[in-house]
Structures are given as C-alpha cells and as structure tokens.
Design a protein around this ligand. Structure first.
Ligand code: IMP
Length: 451
C-alpha cells in the first residue's frame, strides 16, 4: 500500500523574522490543503514561549479567531493541541483561553500539556516590570507576560513545573516558596515590597488543568507508531531568538529550528521538512534595531493594508520593506526546505514597492547583518524599488494568475536573494488573502507533502 512521507512526522514551521508572519494561518492552510488531498493533520504542538504569542485568522464565516497560549491550528476540528515541555504556562490565562476556545466550538478537552512545562507565578510579573524599569531607555518592550523571568527561574533551577504542583502539597509548597524567596530577594534589591503567594489558588488552577497534563515523550512515541501527522507551530521568530536574534531585544526562548526541536523534545528524525515563513514585507513589535523600518508613507500604508497591530499587545507594528539582508541571515540560520511568503495582497494597491538589497555600515556595503546587533543601529539600508501592480490578487490560484508585476516581484526575490539558490530552498506557498484558501501552492511544497 502506498504511504505518504508525512505519516508519523511533524512539519516544522519557523518564522524567519521577528514573528507575526502568519505562522498560525499557514498551519491551518496546510492542514486544510492536506485534508483536501486525503491526509489528516492530527496534532499541533506549541514548543516554546507562552502568552506572548498572538496568532489570528478570520474563519470562513468571517469570524476573527485568535489564540495565545494555544496553537492556532486547534481551530481545525481534527487537530489536538500539545503545549510542549519547553513552554511557560500562566495557569489562569491558559484556562481562560481554553474556556473561550471551547465556547467557539474548539475541542480543547483533548489538549495535552507536558508535565515539565514551567509555571508562570504571579510574582514574576512584578519582577518583569522591575526589570524593564531598571533597563530604562534600554527596556525591551516585552509583552508583559513574564516570559523572561520564568525562563530565568528555570535556568536558575528554581521554577516550579506541573510535576511539582501536581504532586504532594508539601512538594508544591516548597517549590513555590523557593521561587518566591528568590523573586522577593530581587524585589527587595529594587526597594519594592515583598509579595506573598496564595498556594490554594495556585494549586486550584493547576488542578483545573491536571487532566491535560502528560508526558509528551510518550505521546510522541504513540504518534510515531500510529503514523499520525503533526505540525510544530512555534511562537515568535528567528530574530527574537535568545542567542541568534537581535539580543538583548529578544524573547527568552529559542526560535531557530534546532532550538524549537529542543523545546519540543522532538528529534531531527521526526521532521518531515522545515517550512520557513516570511511576509512580503517586514514588521517588528517592541524595541530594538530595525534598519529597514519605514516611518514614511510605505510603512504607514503597509500597516493599514496588512492590519499590522499586535494580537497580544494591540501595539502598532513597526513596518518596512522586504529585506534581503535579514532574509539571507534567516536562511543561514534556519536552512528551511521550503518558504511560505504571506500577505502579497497587502501590496496590491501600491504604486511602487521598495526592496532592501543590502546595508551600508560606515561606508561598507554588507549583504549580511553584523553579528553585533548594536551595530545594526549604524546601518543604513540600500533600497531599490519596483513598480507595483495595483490590481487585486485575492482570487489568484496559480502564479500565472498573478498580475505581471507581481510575478516579476516574486521572480526578483528568487533571483536577487542568492542564498535561496545556494541552499536549494524553494518558495512553496504564496498567500493572497486572509481566507485559508486564498493561496498559491507551488510544486516544491506539493512534493514535500508527498502529493
Ligand atoms: P517577551 O517575549 O514578552 O519577553 O518580549 C520580548 C520581545 O519579543 C518584545 O520585543 C516583544 O514585542 C517580542 N515578542 C514576543 N512575542 C512576540 C510575538 O509573538 N510576535 C512578535 N513579537 C513578539
């Protein structure tokens, strides 16, 4: 009997830039496309981060659907969410989100949460606020979900996990107490009042989620044996990686493909292929260097056309043109097999489309960003522009359907972004509208999907 190459494997999604490139919607699009071709995606794992992620899409009924702690792919009725071992969980927020999703008809009762996931304790939020204040002008502009302090507590080996909270009360109390002692020592140092914890409330919240808590390594074993298909739907993007991102203006988890697998507890052997995701332009939320940021007309127009406002923080996203320097950097780090480019339609009404081809650092032209991200502030982008197409692309189903100038824009990306050829990465998907079917699927992706 012929078998598909995806069976028993996960497709690894990886945002190539600063996040917000529509990973969640790509996960849903992939699942829907596979379903049409007779294959069911059963699992979506969120490997890293927590409520700092914001994923959204508009469903076929025009309803705006969103998720933070949960992968967006759970809006597909065949998909069950896995909150991975490398995530950080705000017990209250996750429960509220699951309740809201349940009201929207999502089968959240099937959700699995790894017992090793770190618990975000209430005091960590005060710590994060104090840290941001300490940094003053250098503050990161975090999403205020205490992601950093929680990963820090894990690195200190002070942070409690579900394992700790769901064992004896004595063990839970000891672990929470230790975490509060350390966090309070920090607050004391900042001349802030100490905080107390309400163990009953913390345990009640943990208990509320306990039926979902499991050892995901056993679950993965079952998925492999049963030949089921999964998608890894991470939070954030490569440029927010704690090591290789625009440090220190980064998140606290690892967002490179290797890092994501480490967070998930999956191995290279579990991956069918890596699908990199970028928009046809660049956005970033929060502070930190962004050489291609366009504060003028293009930036404003693209923010409006692409509705570029944070799902988690509602902050307007900083916008700029597509940037080959960032994309080359991303390709070196992530080496995706396939790339999905999203939101072509946001460029539809533009007369001219700028493209950043390299950066100028003190008179030196550079095709790759400096390793010291502080130097990014000194870089000036060098830009070309291309004529727009000023025509709607939302109905296009093949590359041939696209207006000539849009085809030319994509062709130029393939030609000019030379790393694509070097690494054999191919463009496999172009999205042209918010509906899940509004996309062009190219042969390179079909092949990777075994279709
Ligand atoms: P944190 O992850 O809340 O600690 O925030 C650290 C930085 O990452 C801030 O600049 C945030 O704006 C950014 N960030 C965190 N999560 C996301 C995301 O899902 N999309 C885009 N930016 C994010």
């Amino acid at each position: 009997m012929p078998t598909n190459i995806l069976l028993g494997k996960f497709i690894l999604l990886c945002d190539l830039l600063w996040g917000d490139n529509a990973k969640g919607s790509v996960a849903l699009r992939l699942a829907k496309f596979l379903k049409k071709n007779g294959l069911t995606v059963k699992w979506a794992i969120k490997p890293n981060g927590g409520g700092n992620s914001g994923h959204s899409y508009r469903n076929d009924q025009g309803i705006f659907c969103k998720s933070h702690n949960m992968p967006l792919a759970v809006f597909d009725p065949d998909i069950t969410a896995i909150i991975g071992a490398g995530t950080v969980v705000d017990l209250e927020k996750l429960q509220i989100e699951m309740n809201t999703l349940a009201e929207q008809g999502v089968a959240v009762e099937r959700t699995r949460i790894d017992c090793r996931a770190q618990i975000i304790l209430p005091i960590y939020k005060t710590v994060e606020q104090a840290l941001e204040e300490l940094k003053g002008k250098q503050s990161i502009g975090t999403t205020a979900n205490a992601i950093g302090p929680t990963y820090a507590m894990q690195a200190f080996r002070f942070g409690p996990t579900f394992n700790d909270l769901l064992d004896t009360r004595k063990r839970a109390e000891q672990k929470v107490k230790m975490a509060y002692e350390l966090a309070n020592a920090f607050l004391n140092g900042c001349n802030l009042p100490e905080e107390e914890f309400d163990l009953d409330l913390i345990l009640e919240r943990a208990e509320g989620l306990s039926s979902h808590v499991c050892n995901t390594l056993e679950l993965f074993e079952q998925i492999r044996k049963d030949g089921e298909i999964g998608i890894i739907e991470p939070g954030q993007g490569l440029l927010l990686d704690r090591i290789f991102g625009t440090y220190p203006f980064v998140t606290s988890s690892l967002t490179t493909p290797g890092g994501l697998l480490g967070h998930a507890g999956l191995s290279l052997q579990d991956i069918a292929f890596t699908l990199g995701i970028a928009k046809f332009y660049t956005t970033r939320v929060g502070s930190g260097p962004f050489p291609g940021e366009d504060l003028d007309l293009f930036g404003k127009q693209i923010r409006k056309n692409g509705d570029e406002y944070g799902v988690t923080t509602k902050r307007p996203r900083r916008c700029g043109p597509i940037d080959y320097v960032l994309l080359r950097h991303a390709l070196r780090m992530a080496r995706p097999d396939i790339i999905a480019f999203t939101k072509l339609d946001a460029l539809d009404d533009l007369e001219e489309i700028p493209v950043v081809h390299d950066w100028d650092l003190d008179g030196m032209i550079t095709e790759f960003p400096p390793a010291d991200t502080q130097r990014w502030y000194d870089c000036k982008t060098r830009t070309d522009s291309m004529p727009g197409w000023q025509q709607a692309t939302g109905q296009c189903e093949t590359m041939g359907d696209l207006p000539k100038n849009a085809q030319e824009y994509i062709r130029r990306i393939k030609e000019d972004w030379f790393e694509l050829k070097l690494y054999g990465t191919q463009i496999g998907m172009v999205t042209v509208g918010e509906k899940l079917d509004q996309m062009i699927v190219l042969d390179a992706l079909r092949k990777k999907l075994g279709l």
